[in-house]
Design a protein. Structure first.
Length: 573
């Protein structure tokens, strides 16, 4: 064994060292490992690879390449897989209830595999929305030296000479319903929007959380924006496998890296890129894993003072490939650090601080994607937190690319997304309506569905800023228009959203950060006495179990006590 590592202090000693572990070692010999391999540190390589969607189809191959890096640097790798639920396919039907739940299943399954097999370090590969925070949550929970690798985004499709993404297809469904898009054109668009492997190309949830991976320090510098088909992804995978062994030697762990300041850096990058509102769910959940109190209001406070500087879809023009070619996340962070918006002293998996990594980057004034912080697209972030009588526990809205930032209108209430989508398709939603979709929260859904089908259909009908949509569920990172999610307390918990009736007036002001139900307290109290919680159709299985355990959205919709409940950390066994 390399003299760089003392195996007697590593978790893998429990399955590989001493006469009493002879039965355990026999399994490793069965897989072709030699005595010297068994004497090395064991590195788990977790992949969310599968054939469910293009986001995940290259992950297993990338993970296998990372194994070569681990071996070259003196470790013994063990690849294992976890599930994903791909939102683009789960969207718009009951399958979306499984999406957020899958984040917890991913984190739990990685944790269980690492615990059961006593791995000393971890490299994780993810491609689609919930698999990114799920992997990072597991890394923080286990706290062994770890690196997160994003599988890369899809290249943009091309339709009529324009770059397109899957969100254009969702919006075209609304245009078709409005008789503004012939069926043949919709069919042509769906065939070219996603031209190959990789996750959704715009600054939707996957790319947002990929940016978080670099900003928070868990991913190698400028590694995540390279599209999935690029040959450089193999080099990144190899580098991750090698570098995790360096982290093991340094004993540099995720909780050493992910401080409160690192979470603030991550939130700043989300706002600066006009990223997904889902980051306000995932960052608190990640913080919870390592005992840091960082909830929706903390995230929103950081968002409020961050300029929006990356011109990315859905609010802007460009996709991840363009950002990669412009210099990547570190080019963005270069101008942010220069402007005083980042904590440069945070450690990263490179072994250096964020500031030291950024020092190696030269600002490129010729690229068009990333603006200088001195001349931002807008002065404040692309994502805004809201609070008021309709949402005492907060809510969130993406304003990147929007012109209208305040809205007062008349409520039209739906008890589930399907009913709202049907009304949109029937063209029943008129100007000045505030569409309210409730009982879609973490507990009430259960599973806190995204509403991209409904919001995209509204936008496709030209109603994007003529109506508002409010829900205790979530929105896709691809959503645009006046769409407010994460309203809490959720309807299932008896929050004010449960008391809204058709015809009520609702006022939203993204400049002031307010969201209010304009109904007097006496009327609300009368409604409260008559209110009864809904009963879902999920009385058994994973969704039932999730509903019993899940907490409020403003804390990240978490399902266990986190670091506060720990008596020890896995890495200390």
């Amino acid at each position: 064994m390399s003299n760089r590592f003392d195996k007697s202090k590593l978790p893998s000693r429990h399955v590989s060292v001493g006469p009493e572990r002879a039965p355990h070692r026999s399994y490793y010999y069965a897989m072709g490992w030699e005595e010297e391999d068994i004497a090395k540190p064991f590195v788990g390589v977790a992949s969310a690879g599968n054939d469910s969607a293009p986001c995940n189809t290259t992950l297993n191959a990338q993970a296998d390449i990372a194994r070569e890096g681990v071996i070259a640097a003196g470790g013994t790798p063990f690849r294992f897989n976890t599930i994903t639920v791909t939102d683009g396919i789960a969207m718009g039907h009951q399958g979306m209830k499984s999406s957020l739940v899958s984040r917890e299943v991913i984190a739990d399954s990685v944790e269980l595999s690492v615990r059961g097999h006593c791995y000393d370090a971890l490299v994780t590969f993810a491609g689609c929305d919930k698999s990114l925070p799920g992997m990072m949550m597991a890394m923080l929970r286990l706290n062994v030296p770890s690196i997160f690798v994003y599988g890369g985004s899809i290249l943009p499709g091309s339709h009529k000479g324009e770059d397109v993404t899957v969100v254009d297809v969702f919006e075209a469904v609304g245009q078709y319903a409005a008789n503004n898009c012939p069926l043949q054109e919709l069919i042509e668009l769906e065939k070219v929007a996603c031209p190959g492997h990789g996750a959704c190309g715009g600054q939707f949830t996957a790319n947002t959380m990929a940016c978080v991976g670099e900003a928070i320090g868990l991913s190698l510098p400028n590694s995540n924006m390279a599209p999935a088909p690029y040959k450089s992804r193999a080099d990144i995978a190899t580098a991750a496998g090698k570098q995790v062994m360096t982290l093991l030697e340094l004993d540099l762990k995720p909780r050493d890296i992910c401080t409160k300041e690192a979470f603030e850096n991550a939130a700043r990058v989300v706002a600066a890129t006009g990223g997904s509102t889902n980051a306000a769910l995932h960052l608190p959940a990640m913080a919870h894993e390592c005992g840091i109190d960082y909830n929706l209001f903390d995230v929103a406070e950081t968002f409020k003072s961050t300029p929006y500087i990356a011109d990315l879809k859905p609010g802007g023009k460009y996709v991840a490939k363009d950002m990669h070619e412009a210099g990547g996340v570190y080019m963005l962070m270069k101008t942010m650090l220069d402007g005083g918006y980042l904590h440069g002293n945070c450690r990263t998996v490179s072994g250096k601080t964020l500031g030291e990594n950024i020092d190696e980057i030269t600002w490129n004034p010729d690229q068009k994607v990333i603006y200088d912080v001195k001349t931002p697209i807008t002065e404040t972030g692309g994502v805004v937190g809201l609070r008021g009588t309709l949402a005492p526990e907060g809510a969130i809205v993406k304003v990147a690319g929007m012109e209208r930032l305040s809205f007062t209108g008349t409520a039209r209430v739906f008890e589930c997304e399907e009913d709202a989508f049907a009304a949109v398709e029937r063209r029943e939603i008129v100007d000045g309506t505030v569409v309210v979709i409730r009982y879609e929260g973490p507990r009430g859904g259960p599973g806190m569905r995204e509403m991209l089908s409904t919001t995209a259909a509204l936008y496709g009908q030209g109603m994007g800023e003529k109506v508002a949509l409010i829900t205790d569920g979530r929105f896709s990172g691809g959503t645009r228009g006046f769409c407010i999610g994460h309203v809490g307390p959720e309807a299932a918990a008896g929050g004010p959203i449960a008391l809204v009736e058709d015809g009520d007036q609702i006022s939203i002001d993204a400049n002031k950060g307010t969201i209010d139900l304009l109904v007097d307290e006496e009327t609300l109290e009368r409604r409260r006495k008559d209110w009864q919680a809904n009963v879902t159709n999920y009385g058994a299985g994973a969704l039932w179990r999730y509903a019993q355990n899940v907490g409020p959205a403003y804390k990240g919709a978490i399902t266990h006590p986190g670091a506060q409940g720990e008596t020890h950390i896995y890495s200390d066994i």
